[in-house]
Design a protein around this ligand. Sequence first.
Ligand code: HEC
Length: 125
Amino acid sequence: MKALASLFAVLLVAGCGGQPAQTQASNAAVSCAKDVQPILTQTCVPCHAGGKDAKGNYDLTCYAGVTGNGEDSVPNVLPGNADSSTLYRRLNDTVPTQMPKGRPALTAAQLATIQKWINQGAKNN
Ligand code: HEC
């Protein structure tokens, strides 16, 4: 019984040990300019920059462009709701076209950065 109790204690300590660091990382503020923009610059801006010439009329530069409407009147970023945001959905959904168009999908880490930024309120930071 004593052995079991100490095993439990070890597991408890080990379990808690990893927690704070993880929570901290997931709570870290994601910056539009510093974290999101480099991803967009590399993978999206070649097609989505330059005002009227931008594909889908969607200029993917922080901040005004990214949070803009594109071709329709619906904002592509809904602060706090990545799953309903056109920007995030286009990165995961092949209908009508998965972005970046004709290129490999973003990595899980890149997707997580964009998702987190939107869910943290899509701030102009
Ligand atoms: C090779 C060119 C190309 C690249 C690279 C590209 N796109 Fe697009 N994108 C398009 C074209 C063309 C359209 C318009 C046709 C359509 O809606 O599928 C479009 C449309 C969109 C739309 C819909 C705009 C609207 O409101 O109607 C979103 C959102 C979008 N792209 C996001 C992205 C993101 C985010 C990236 C980078 C990860 C990206 N795109 C990379 C060509 C591209």
